[in-house]
Structures are given as C-alpha cells and as structure tokens.
Design a protein around this ligand. Structure first.
Ligand SMILES: [Cu+2]
Length: 647
C-alpha cells in the first residue's frame, strides 16, 4: 500500500509488524506490560534498532519522535465544497435495499424520521476512500522527511479514481429550509498500517438529526455500521430543534436553535479515534436567512468562502521515518508533535488587511488548545480578536478575547481584523495563531501557559499582504463586544438568533419544565474509562428520556489527573454552573453548547431539551481515545421516560 517512492526501512517494517501482531493477539494492556512490550505510560517498546535520523528508535510512535519539519512553507489548503446534485440524479431515486445486485447496498435498516414532512431538495454523494499519496506538506525538505503516504478521506462524489479522497473531506454547505440527503459510500480498503478499521458511521456533529441519520456509534436494534461496498443515506431535515412541538411546529422549529459551524466525522464504535485520526473528518456549514454567507446581507458576517475560512486543527505523530502512526495501547489519549491545519503541517495563509471569520475546530484526538495571536516580531503584544460563536452557536454578544481554550470537538468562530492589527500593532507582516497551552500527554493539559513566540507552538502563520484600509463591508464586532459594552442576560446582538428560554423546574410548558435531574460520574475504572462505573454497552440504553421535555444533568469528574470534553448528541444544552458558580453573561460559555470541558475535580450542571425525534443517542467523552476505551453510554428518547437519577 505504499507509493513506490516510499519504501519503508526494514526496521520500520519490523516495528509495524510487531505492533500488528500484538493487535491481532488481542493482549490486554496489563499482559503487555508483563511481557515487557509496553511501558506504563502506554508506549509500545520497540524491539530493536535506532533510526539514523534521530535518537528515537525506528518505528516508534512517541511524542518528540516525529521528524523535524519546516513551518510556514505550505499554503493553507481550503477544502472544496461538496457539489449538490439535482434530485434528477439517477442515483437518488433508488430506494434503500433495492439496489441492483452487484451494486453497493444501503446499510441502513430503518426509516428516515420526518422525511415526508421535509422532502429532500438536494442530494449529495461522497465516497470514503484510501488515498495512498497524501502529502502533509508539498515542500521538498519536508517531503523527504514525511513522504507521501496513506490516509483515509472523502471525495467529491465521483466514481472515477481521479476523484481522490482528501482529509479534511469536502466542506458540505447546507441551508436551513432546504432538506438534504447525503449518500456516503464506504470504498475503503483494509490496510497494514496498524490502525484504522474500514467500517464507518458518519456523525454530523451536532446537528439535530434523527437517530437514523445521526451517525451514532451503534444501536441495540438498528445497524449503524457501513462496511466496505455499502453506502448509507443520511437525511437531514435542515429544520431547527422544536419543529415537532406545539410552540414551534408552524415555524419548523425555534429560530433561536439555529446552528452554523458543524463538522462530520467517523463514529465507529471502539475505533473512532483511529478512523478520525486517519482522516475521516470534514466541515459542514449551515447558512440561513440571517447568517447568509454574504457580507452584503443579513448579519454581514465575512463572505464565504473567501473571507469565511475553516481551520481544522489536529495534532499528529509520525515515526522517525515519517509515517503517521497511532498507538492503540495508549489509553490515556494521543497528543501529537506536529500541528496540522486542514491537512498541512503548520501552513501559512495570506490575508488582506480586513476582517475574516475563522471557524476553528479542535479535531483531536486528545489535545486541548489555547489559541493566541502572536506578532513574531514583538511577542509581548497582546492582540485582541472577537469570538462570535461557541460550538455551532452564535453568542448573544461578541466577546473580545486575547485567547480561548477549546477541547476536542469544540469549535469557536472568531473575527480577526487584520486591518486593525496592522494599524495598532506596528504593521506586522506576519501574525501567528499560536497554541500556548502546555500538554504533554493525553490525560489533560498542564494548565501552564507557555511563553509567546515559539514557532513550535504555532499552528498557522497569517501573512498580511496588500494595502491597509481595503473596502470591508463586513460586520465589525468591536463596537458591540463585551467588555467594551456591558453584557446583559437578555443580550441578542444577532437577533433573532438569541438564547432560548432556560428550562426551569416550575415552567408551564413541558418542553421548558425540568422533569428530572440525572447525575453522571466520569471516572477511571478497570484500567479504562467509565460513566457511573460502567463501560460502553452497544446492547442497551442506559436510560430513557421523555420526548419533548427537559432535564438537568450533573456531570462529575472526581479526578485531579484527567479532563474530559463531554459531548451529548441530539440538542444543544446550556451550562448553568461550574462547581456551583453560575455561568454568566460575558462568559464564552454563556451560550448554547454541544461539548463541555469537564476539568479537574469539577461538577457541571447543564440543562437540555429532548425534542422531536425518538430513538437512541450517545453521550461520551470526545477525547476519542477515552471514548473508544469505553467512556460512552447510549440513552434514548421515547414518549414515556424513566426516572433513573443515576443511570
Ligand atoms: Cu475523556
């Protein structure tokens, strides 16, 4: 499976074979340590040899052992937009499970909920394929160290081999009010790199989807897993949450539940970390009549695609020989030593001196980030930018920040005004997007903020080009931003996309009334990760939520050693308290959320509604290594819920 250019050295081959044999043997972590094959920190002990390049043993997959590379030599790739197909596309009419024999079959064995009410108006196709010639850099020096190699990705939907799969995959652009079907083919192949399972379930994080199209990890009854040669039709109503409640039926949902920045990723149970790390990820934007994608209309946010730019940030490990690697025995999580943005190592991006909207995503598998803007010629400058959205949700008021911390799967939409930076910070020619949060293992960041101006911590270099004061019709968040403007709980700069009412214990409407409080402990147990003392179990739902009601969930982490980004499917929640402290306006978490960072010894109170759909969804840690090692549970929504307070 290697391009001719890249013939792995024999020692690498030996190390990989050893790793594969161990995987096949199914040995436990404890057995491996006993046999002297695994260190207690979770790294496989290499069998022999040292690479000529570094002091790291050949084939080892370990922090600090990736080959050195030159930063800022590759332009930032922008994933292409997945083309929408007309409904007359011959593929669209074929009903599920009625494919001509010899053709790929639909893996789905359940109906799409609400498809009659929201008939699809657009159809997309994409194919998951191996790409054996993927370049993490185009630079000759870097290519000599990290050669073209195998990843998994998504293509533009064509059957031809020339329609090559990329990672991140094509950006899917959809709109509220235009229901869609996305047909995703699994055209992967088994490979011998030691990680990745060519079976998929593609989750649209965190769209309000029926369980049939959510792309969950597994289900006690319905099939979630798409095998090689199969496809799966994901149907998205493109309606806001609440569309099947009395209050919001007529408007097809509550406009305040509008989502914007989403992403899709593999969610195959037990193998999500490997499969997403190997490339099965991409952005999914949703526009609407207010956030239009055109800076001359609606909220006047910077125009897509030129000034509205996705930044898929991920960290990777490579062997000293330059082969991407993943240690299946590192249960703590994987932190890489190469920052990759939209598939390139530490790229640069040329910007005009005007405002841009960046949609920053922590693509995992395990690292937390705290991003700052750094002027490399004067790292002591504190450069502000404006956060306008948290996860998929516009904030009630933009917040001026000099940094924000995010954990795996969290997103932040920010406005960076390069004209103001140029005028106020001495006309710098370069600005770095720098991650200054120290993290040395997959457990958690150390909470230490590293000094500014270290190229090793930079994920992306902005190169400022062109004249100052170019015409810029886009929205300027500064004059309306907190703390320049005092905040209020009723803020709604992006009206009508305001914060929905908070559910409460005594509300009149069932969808507003908190029916129940449940609590969940996220903890270490039996060498892996548990919720309330139990591992993930695909065969049962741990509890049943009553449809069209609200609940309060208490998330607890009694550990001083671990942090967990907790993700809940189906709807957005609100974080009410952290350790008893109310989250108040002016805080970036005073927002609708779909991931919450559960820090050291923290107790978090959230409230959430469960509307419209029936069926099963997961809650899990989004450190994907923790998730795969069992920190996940399935719950369901039905017309009658249970009252289990500690499921
Ligand atoms: Cu975790």
């Amino acid at each position: 499976m290697y391009p001719l250019k890249f013939r792995p050295a024999p020692l690498v081959e030996i190390a990989r074979k050893n790793r594969q044999e161990i995987v096949r043997a199914g040995l436990t972590r404890r057995e491996l340590i006993k046999l002297g094959l695994l260190t207690s920190s979770g790294y496989l002990i290499p069998t022999r040899g040292l690479s000529a390049q570094t002091s790291c043993p050949a084939g080892v997959c370990q922090l600090g052992c990736s080959p050195p590379t030159l930063p800022f030599v590759d332009p930032l790739p922008i994933p292409p937009v997945l083309p929408a197909r007309p409904l007359s596309d011959p593929g669209f009419a074929i009903p599920p499970n009625a494919q001509p024999s010899g053709q790929p079959q639909d893996a789905r064995n359940e109906a799409h909920q609400f498809r009659d009410r929201f008939p699809p108006q657009q159809f997309f196709i994409t194919r998951m394929r191996p790409n054996a010639n993927f370049r993490f850099s185009e630079n000759a020096t870097n290519l000599a160290r990290i050669p073209p190699q195998l990843i998994w990705g998504f293509n533009l939907g064509g059957p031809a081999a020339s329609d090559v799969a990329i990672t991140p995959g094509p950006t899917i652009v959809s709109r509220y009010g235009t229901p869609i079907v996305i047909r995703r083919f699994n055209e992967l192949a088994p490979d011998d790199t030691g990680f990745g399972v060519p079976e998929t379930s593609t989750h649209l994080h965190n769209f309000h989807s029926g369980p049939d199209s959510d792309g969950g990890p597994c289900d006690p009854v319905f099939n979630r897993i798409v095998r090689i040669g199969q496809f799966y039709d994901h149907f998205y109503t493109m309606a806001r949450a609440g569309f099947d409640t009395d209050e919001f039926r007529a408007t097809n949902g509550d406009v305040r539940e509008t989502l914007g920045t989403l992403w899709y990723h593999d969610h195959r149970v037990d193998h999500t970390a490997e499969n997403t790390y190997k490339g099965l990820v991409g952005f999914h934007y949703i526009f609407n009549e207010f956030d239009t994608g055109d800076e001359n209309t609606g909220f006047h946010l910077p125009s897509f695609p030129q000034f509205d730019v996705p930044l898929f940030v991920a960290d990777k490990l490579f062997t000293p020989e330059g082969e991407i690697c993943f240690d299946p025995f590192g249960f703590d999580g994987l932190v890489g030593d190469k920052f990759v943005v939209n598939g390139r190592i530490q790229p640069f991006f040329e910007v005009q001196k005007r405002r841009y909207r960046f949609r920053i995503l922590d693509g995992g598998p395990s690292r937390f980030y705290q991003f700052f803007l750094t002027n490399p010629d004067n790292p002591s400058q504190s450069i502000p930018f404006w956060q306008i959205a948290n996860d998929g949700n516009l904030l009630p008021r933009p917040i001026e920040i000099t940094s924000t911390r995010i954990s795996v799967a969290e997103r932040m939409d920010v406005i960076i005004d390069f004209n103001k930076i140029s005028a106020r910070f001495g006309h710098p020619s370069r600005i770095w997007l720098e991650n200054r949060l120290e993290q040395v293992n997959g457990r958690a960041p150390t909470d230490k903020i590293l000094p500014a101006g270290n190229p090793a911590n930079v994920v992306l270099e902005f190169q400022l080009v062109g004249p100052d004061n170019v015409p810029d019709p886009s929205f300027d968040p500064e004059p309306v931003s907190f703390p320049r403007v005092p905040c209020s709980p009723n803020d709604c700069v992006f009206a009508p996309i305001c914060l929905p009412r908070l559910p409460s214990d005594n509300a009149a409407a069932p969808t507003d009334r908190i029916r129940l409080t449940r609590s969940f402990r996220f903890e270490r147990g039996n060498g892996q990760w548990q919720i309330n003392g139990q591992f993930m179990d695909c065969t049962r739902f741990r509890f049943t939520v009553q449809r069209n009601t609200a609940e309060r969930w208490i998330l607890r982490n009694n550990s001083g050693g671990w942090q967990h980004p907790i993700h809940i499917h189906l709807e957005e929640f609100r974080i009410i308290r952290r350790n008893g402290r109310l989250i108040q306006c002016g805080d970036v978490e005073f927002s609708r959320k779909d991931v919450v960072r559960l820090g050291f010894n923290e107790e978090i109170e959230i409230v959430m509604r469960f509307r419209d759909f029936r069926g099963g969804y997961p809650m899990h840690c989004h450190n994907t290594v923790h998730e795969d090692h069992q920190m996940m549970l399935l719950w369901q929504v039905q017309d009658i819920g249970d009252n289990n307070p500690e499921p």
